[in-house]
Design a binder for this molecule. Structure first.
Ligand SMILES: NC(=O)c1ccc[n+]([C@@H]2O[C@H](COP(=O)([O-])OP(=O)(O)OC[C@H]3O[C@@H](n4cnc5c(N)ncnc54)[C@H](O)[C@@H]3O)[C@@H](O)[C@H]2O)c1
Ligand SMILES: [Zn+2]
Length: 425
């Protein structure tokens, strides 16, 4: 059997049907594609890579009819009459649906808007199937009619998954409307829905063509959901950006009070600086490990114990709240190991409170947290790979936290949270 022919056959079958608009143009001589037989064996090894390029753009007043960012997003703009399938979170539709429709009508966009119910419990495969059914009926041209999704992390994750499945990949554009969406769910490439009692159990890695970040949406977001997003921002500050932590320390309460709307001069510059630093920091961490092949991810800070605690805390506990509890516990662990001093720990707990986040929960029992750690070890290929802060703005990974150490850290966390001080006997 001739290897070069097999190579062509493999590539041809991959390209059957309509061209995938998500795929980059094929290089004429792909340096990374190699097909070679193993000596004496009928075995073929294929190696290929696909570059990923996507843009995350700040865009104030995205539905202002004078702005064309959304209209131009992800399509060549060849003068043909535009058509778009748009998916919107129900609450967002109530608040901004009229602006969205006015925008689309103004630009003569033939459109269908699918409104999906809000909430984590709706993040299920049925919604994905309903979406693709309607999309199929609407009929889109994948080269010039990207799907648009407007809403928080829930609806963006659902639509991202659906778009990545529909005809093996349909371009989509995201407009996040929550703080979690702006700084976290809207900047990475993960999609997913919950399945069989597990969070994001069904999912893909699929980049949106463009994400348009409009902080104006945060004006109507509840204070608790602003705090929720601030937890992920605090995470970036704690593990890699001392200056961002300082911004949160000085202005965190103000940007929370002002919902990032820059109602005062101080709040305005702080909101901009905090968002910029959080998004840059997040992307710097994501880019070299987009498909999460490396299991030691500093962005997992706050995400070691929290998955189990969050599931136990549902439906009342929010993701960022569980993350903050985990960060508080990890701070106590770091203190116990001499990685942080008393003053640094006090500052961390004070910022958490300023941001309206919990530092203690009765769910933080030794039983729950030991089990949570074991569950995470299974997900991290048999090792803890637990990111711990080193002072403020740096981190390291440990693999040797024992039950007794965890129990003392839990007690220390409780003391620090309840007394607001590190003075433990
Ligand atoms: N893909 C990723 O990388 C990633 C990262 C972080 C989180 N997530 C996922 O994101 C989800 C959480 O996202 P979320 O916190 O945005 O939750 P969400 O999408 O449920 O939105 C929170 C609430 O705010 C409402 N809302 C949204 N925008 C609003 C606005 N502008 N004004 C008023 N109300 C508004 C929604 O209707 C909802 O009730 C989780 O499912 C999580 O798994 C994904
Ligand atoms: Zn998170």
């Amino acid at each position: 059997m001739k290897m070069p022919d097999s190579s062509k056959a493999l590539r041809r079958s991959e390209n059957e049907g309509a061209p995938n608009p998500l795929a980059p143009p094929a290089p004429r001589k792909p340096a990374t594609t190699k097909v070679a037989p193993m000596a004496g064996n009928s075995s073929w090894h294929v190696k290929a890579s696909q570059p990923v390029h996507y843009e995350v753009r700040l865009c104030h007043r995205v539905f202002d009819v004078d702005r064309t960012d959304l209209l131009d997003a992800g399509c060549p703009g060849d003068g043909r009459a535009p058509r778009r399938f748009v998916v919107v979170d129900e609450a967002v539709d109530r608040l901004y649906g009229a602006d969205l429709r006015q925008y689309l009508d103004h630009h003569h966009v033939t459109h269908e808007i699918m409104v999906v119910k809000s909430g984590e419990v709706r993040k299920e495969i049925d919604v994905v199937l309903r979406f693709v059914e309607r999309l199929d009926h609407f009929g889109i041209d994948r080269r010039r009619e990207p799907v648009i999704v407007v809403g928080g992390g829930v609806v963006m994750d659902i639509v991202g998954l659906a778009a990545s499945l529909y005809r093996r990949g349909t371009p989509f554009v995201r407009v996040p409307t929550t703080l979690v969406g702006l700084v976290d769910a809207g900047v990475g490439v993960k999609t997913g829905v919950n399945f069989n009692g597990h969070k994001n159990q069904l999912g893909t890695y699929a980049a949106a063509k463009l994400t348009l970040l409009d902080p104006g949406f945060l004006s109507t977001l509840s204070r608790r959901h602003i705090s929720n997003g601030l937890a992920e921002i605090l995470k970036v500050g704690l593990i890699k950006d001392e200056a961002l932590f300082g911004l949160l320390e000085r202005h965190g309460r103000l940007v929370l009070d002002e919902h990032f709307q820059g109602l005062s001069a101080e709040g305005d510059s702080a909101a901009t600086a905090i968002l910029q630093a959080a998004i840059s920091g997040m992307l710097e961490e994501l880019e070299p490990n987009l498909w999460e092949e490396t299991l030691e991810r500093s962005m997992d800070y706050g995400h070691t114990f929290s998955p189990s605690v969050e599931m136990l805390g549902l439906p009342s506990m929010l993701h960022g709240e569980a993350v903050c509890l985990d960060m508080a516990l990890s701070t106590a662990l770091a203190y116990g190991r001499g990685l942080m001093d008393e003053d640094e720990c006090g500052r961390v707990f004070a910022v958490m409170s300023d941001l309206g986040l919990p530092t203690w929960s009765p769910l933080h029992t030794p039983e729950v947290l030991m089990q949570a750690l074991h569950a995470t070890v299974r997900r991290r290929d048999g090792q803890q790979r637990l990111p711990l802060p080193v002072g403020i703005g740096k981190n390291l990974f440990v693999n040797d936290v024992r039950d007794e150490e965890l129990v003392s850290a839990i007690e220390l966390q409780r003391e620090m949270a309840l007394r607001g001080s590190l003075e433990v006997a």
